[in-house]
Every structure is written in structure tokens, then in C-alpha cells.
Design a protein around this ligand. Structure first.
Ligand SMILES: Nc1ncnc2c1ncn2[C@@H]1O[C@H](COP(=O)(O)OP(=O)(O)O)[C@@H](O)[C@H]1O
Ligand SMILES: [Mg+2]
Length: 577
């Protein structure tokens, strides 16, 4: 992911080399400063050394700034690309992926996991290279000044390796647990804030607050653990450094007293050693950050590496507009192990309206979800005009299917864009208005403050159930798909709203191959054929009249659900007369 930024990286690398070299040059200059100015009292050196110091610090500052700018630029770009890539992958996943992964967890992958990686990438790129190089230069100075002393000082370094790796491991573990907790917390927030009506209706405000506090407490503990690891590393390193310096003063001082070395050499050495502390400290810090980043990256790439279950085949062809019909052949389907649909066979002719009835949980929604390939069949096959739907492109398949379900999914956008969803910007206003009129929605839309430009709130909360449903019918009308799936489109509505929606639905069904799942008799009666699905099996097939005569499953449903409805419709009708 970093490869496209190679030129920037090389420039940053150059800056970094300059910074490392200049840092050690300062330590190097301590010897001439002490020996030539303070002991030999050399006037030329008195002029030149301060000028050199100023030039060195200025150049170092400029390079430091450029280096940080370039490296962070690369780091931020990498993260931006990674987030886009991650989101694209999440969008491409199949429905089953979203059943397995809670919304909040997926949200925290894109936000906080990506943030962790960003910290690691920026930190690693800025500090790891620069500090390592500075370290190397300073080590060169100490060996150049006095290699025996340098070896004594270096003896301390192996001691630091163990704590650095231990701190790193702990950091990674804490980061993993923190991210899991953040995910749970986000899921909880997302559920309880969007479900606030139910929370209030059941008086669960305190319960939810406590649940939140409990998770948040866990997050606090983990945060403190992280602080303690991060705070323990520097003093630890400093202490080890202190031991090194004590050893040096003892041995180096002894050498100077003996006359084997000059004070300049000794202080130059000591300056380099003290300057070593900063990069070493930053390197231990960066190790912790990198470990946390690795924890985040593992989770992000887990998602990126998940291959969507439902994909286009290599040689998938485009499905021509439906002409003869849909054939469902011996289809068995399992979500996990137990089959929800068992050997279902069903043919729907183009232009036919087929009603699916049956008790809740019988597998009606599951069956219609197989047609747009939200899930793939476990056994058997589904053909449209003789093409197995797994052999055609998903775009050409879904492009032919309009869906209206019980839950209307609207977005926090203008009414216009919600109706045009799927093809935003490619419809004229007239087309949108025509669809809205056909869906019985035009009148109420015109009464809204900004008409078609009114923004309807998250999930369309500013509209009533019937209004929302009519918007989604307008959306299906505008899409003008030849195959239509209506999954209990009116069941969440009251009788009055239903009548308006019903009219809109009939307009929508005209001339389309329709599968309608309904629990209202009025809809079912208009169907060309009725199929009863019980426990994943087709038990009956026929028209309203023939099925009633049979006195089987449909008759049972009719007496339980529809008869009351018919009576109440009759009495409504009588009242109106
Ligand atoms: N995502 C899912 N994972 C596992 N089981 C599911 C899932 N969706 C539905 N089911 C199960 O499949 C069965 C049929 O469900 P469904 O097709 O929604 O029935 P219907 O629409 O006829 O009421 C039910 O027993 C339900 O519990
Ligand atoms: Mg259902």
C-alpha cells in the first residue's frame, strides 16, 4: 500500500539521514569545544564552533519538519485508502456476513481499528527509521571517541531487549481487548439509540444506562492498563540508562585522572550517550504503538480477506429481460444445518401473479430471498428463462427485481433521492413525480415543507408508516423492474393506510411477474395462483376457490386469519353504505 508513495518516501529518507547525522555531529563537537576552547583557549574555534552549532540546529529543524510532514502524509494516505478499501469490502459482502457480524463491530473496524493502524503507520514511519538511524550515528560517535568505554556502555543494551518485547506483547493484548470492547459498546449504542422508542416504552432507560456503564467500566480498566504499560516503559529505560552512565563515569573518570584520555573525549562520549536516550525511548514507545496497530490490522484484514459468499462467476453472462418465467427446481436451503426449505419446486410464468401463503416461519421470506441471490440455494437450482441464476451477473439479475418489504428502508436524504435510489441523478423530475403519483404519494409529498426536497430523517422517521411504504413503492415503480417481490408489504399498516398502499401496489404489479407474500385476503384473491408453504414444503397450489373447496391448509389459514378480515371489510362496506 505504501509503494505508490516511493518518491515521497525517498525524500523523507534523505531528511531523516540529515537529522541523524546532525544530531551526532552535536555530540561530536563537544570534544573540540571542550578541548580547544576551554583548555587550549583557541580564539578561531571560539568563533567557528558556535556558528556551526547554529547552522546544525537550523538545518536539523528544517529537515525534521519536512520529514514529519512527508511521513505523515504517506501514513494518512495509506490509512485513507485502507478505510475506503475496507468499506468497499464490507459493502460487497453477502447478507449472511451481516447476520454474523453486528453493525457496531463493523463500524468500529472502520473507525477505531483503522485509527490504531494509523497511529502505528505514522509512528512507525516517522520514528522507527529516523530514531534507528540517529541511534546508529550516535553509536558511531561513542565508538569513535572511545571504543573501550563504548563496550562498557553497550553492555547495558541487552538488558533493555527483554522489557521492550514484554511491554510490546502486553500492549498488543490490551489493544485487542480494547477494540473488542469498543465494538460491543458501539453495537450497544447503535441499538439503543435507534431503538429509543422501545427502550422508553418498556422503561428500560436505567437498565440500558447500567449496561452501558458496565461496558464503559471495562473500557476504563483497559485504558488504565494501557497507561500503566506506557508510563512504565520510560522510567524503566531511564533507570537502565542511569546504570550505564554511572559505569561510564567511574571508568572514564578513572582514565582521565590517569591521563590516558582528555576531558573533551570523555564529555563528547557522555553527550552522545545521553543523547542516545531520546531515540531509544521513542523506539520503545513506537514498539507499543506498532503492536497495537498490528492488533487493529489483524481485524481489518480479516474483513478484507473475507471472500464474499455470493460473487459473479468468471464467465457470468448478462441476463436478458425475463420472457418466459422463473423455475424453482428441487430447492433445499439451510441457514445452518437444519433445512428451512425442503425440495421446493415451483414455476412462475412471466406476467403471472403468484401469492405465497403460510404460517409465520414457514420459509416464505427465505424462498423469495433466493431469487435475487441474497443467499444461494443449498441444493437444487433456480432458473430464469432457463438460465441458472448463478451463471448470470448479479447486476443483471438484481436489476430486474423490484422488492417491497414489510420494513421500509429509507435513507436520511431528500424524498427525491430516496425515490430515485439505485439510479440517483439519472431520472428527470417528471419521472420521479410520475412514480410518486402512481404510488399515491404525490399529494402528501407536496404538503411537506420542501416538497420533493424534504429530508426525511434517519430511517424516514419524519413520515408515517403508510407514507414510508408509498415512497418505497414509488422507488420500485421508478426502477421499473420486470420481476416484483412483495414481502408482506402492507402488514405493518392499519386498514386505512393499507387501502391507499394497496392501490399503489396494484399499479405496481401491472404487467410484472410478481411474487406476493401477503396475509390480507384482498391481495391474495387477485393472484392468479396461490401456493401454501408449510414448514419449508409446498403443500397446496390452486386458486382461492379451488383451495377453499379442498378444505386443506389454505382453508385452515382462511378460517383463522382471513374470514375475520372479510367480515370486517363487509361491515366497513355496510357502514359506508
Ligand atoms: N438469517 C437467518 N439465520 C438462521 N435462521 C433463519 C434466518 N432467517 C430466518 N431463519 C429461520 O428460517 C425459518 C423461516 O423463516 P422465514 O423465511 O423468515 O419465514 P416466513 O417469512 O415464512 O415467516 C424460521 O424458522 C427462521 O427462524
Ligand atoms: Mg417473512
Amino acid at each position: 500500500m505504501a509503494r505508490p508513495y516511493t518518491p515521497k518516501f525517498l525524500l523523507a529518507l534523505l531528511c531523516m539521514l540529515v537529522v541523524g547525522a546532525l544530531t551526532s555531529a552535536i555530540a561530536f563537537l563537544v570534544k573540540p569545544a571542550l578541548d580547544d576552547i576551554f583548555f587550549k583557549k583557541d580564539i578561531t574555534m571560539l568563533k567557528w564552533i558556535p556558528i556551526a552549532v547554529i547552522v546544525i540546529y537550523f538545518t536539523k529543524g528544517v529537515c525534521n519538519y519536512l520529514h514529519a510532514l512527508l511521513m505523515n502524509n504517506i501514513g494518512q494516505r495509506i490509512i485513507r485508502n485502507l478505510q475506503n478499501e475496507l468499506y468497499r469490502h464490507i459493502q460487497r459482502q453477502s447478507l449472511s456476513f451481516f447476520t454474523k457480524n453486528p453493525t457496531g463491530i463493523l463500524m468500529s473496524r472502520i473507525t477505531s481499528d483503522a485509527n490504531l493502524i494509523q497511529g502505528a503507520v505514522s509512528g512507525a514511519l516517522t520514528s522507527l527509521l529516523k530514531d534507528s538511524f540517529t541511534l546508529l550515528c550516535l553509536v558511531f560517535v561513542i565508538f569513535y571517541r572511545d571504543w573501550k568505554l563504548a563496550i562498557i556502555a553497550m553492555l547495558v543494551f541487552p538488558l533493555t531487549v527483554y522489557p521492550i518485547t514484554r511491554f510490546g506483547k502486553k500492549s498488543r493484548m490490551v489493544a485487542t481487548r480494547t477494540q473488542a470492547t469498543v465494538g460491543t459498546l458501539t453495537t450497544l449504542l447503535q441499538e439503543t439509540i435507534s431503538g429509543t422508542r422501545i427502550v422508553k416504552a418498556f422503561g428500560m432507560e436505567n437498565y440500558e444506562s447500567k449496561r452501558f456503564a458496565k461496558e464503559n467500566e471495562r473500557l476504563f480498566r483497559l485504558a488504565m492498563k494501557k497507561v500503566s504499560i506506557n508510563a512504565l516503559a520510560p522510567p524503566f529505560m531511564e533507570f537502565l540508562g542511569g546504570i550505564g552512565i554511572a559505569a561510564i563515569i567511574f571508568y572514564g573518570g578513572y582514565q582521565v585522572i590517569k591521563g590516558a584520555s582528555t576531558p573533551g573525549t570523555f564529555f563528547s562520549f557522555l553527550a552522545a550517550l545521553i543523547m542516545l536516550y531520546e531515540p531509544v525511548k521513542r523506539l520503545t514507545d513506537v514498539n507499543n504503538t506498532i503492536q497495537q496497530g498490528i492488533a487493529g490490522a489483524q481485524r481489518v484484514f480479516e474483513v478484507i480477506d473475507t471472500i464474499p459468499e455470493i460473487q459473479n462467476k468468471k464467465n457470468a453472462v448478462s441476463l436478458p429481460r425475463i420472457a418466459t418465467g422463473i423455475d424453482i427446481k428441487h430447492v433445499t436451503f439451510c441457514y445452518e444445518d437444519t433445512p428451512v426449505l425442503k425440495d421446493v419446486s415451483l414455476s412462475i410464468k412471466a406476467g403471472e401473479v403468484l401469492a405465497l401463503v403460510g404460517m409465520s416461519g414457514g420459509g416464505k421470506t427465505t424462498l423469495v430471498n433466493l431469487i435475487p441471490r441474497f443467499y444461494d440455494v443449498t441444493e437444487g437450482q433456480i432458473l430464469i428463462d432457463g438460465h441458472d441464476i448463478r451463471d448470470v451477473t448479479i447486476e443483471s439479475l438484481r436489476g430486474q427485481i423490484g422488492i417491497v418489504t414489510q420494513q421500509t428502508i429509507l435513507f436520511n436524504d431528500s424524498i427525491k433521492n430516496n425515490i430515485a435510489y439505485g439510479n440517483i441523478g439519472n431520472n428527470t423530475d417528471e419521472q420521479i413525480i410520475r412514480a410518486a403519483k402512481a404510488a399515491n404519494a404525490h399529494e402528501f409529498i407536496m404538503k411537506l415543507p420542501n416538497g420533493y426536497d424534504t429530508v426525511i430523517g434517519e430511517q424516514g422517521t419524519k413520515l408515517s408508516g403508510g407514507e414510508r411504504q408509498r415512497i418505497s413503492i414509488a422507488r420500485a415503480l421508478l426502477k421499473d423492474a420486470p420481476i416484483l417481490i412483495l414481502d408482506e408489504a402492507t402488514s405493518s399498516l392499519d386498514t386505512e393506510a393499507e387501502i391507499e398502499v394497496q392501490e399503489a401496489l396494484e399499479t405496481l404489479m401491472k404487467g410484472r411477474t410478481t411474487i406476493v407474500i401477503a396475509h390480507r385476503l384482498s391481495t391474495i384473491r387477485k393472484a392468479d395462483r396461490i401456493v401454501a408453504l408449510v414448514n419449508g414444503e409446498i403443500v397446496e397450489e390452486g386458486t382461492h376457490e379451488t383451495l377453499l373447496e379442498k378444505r386443506g391448509e389454505y382453508f385452515k389459514l382462511y378460517t383463522m386469519q382471513f374470514q375475520d378480515e372479510e367480515r370486517s371489510h363487509e361491515s366497513d362496506w355496510l357502514k359506508k353504505q
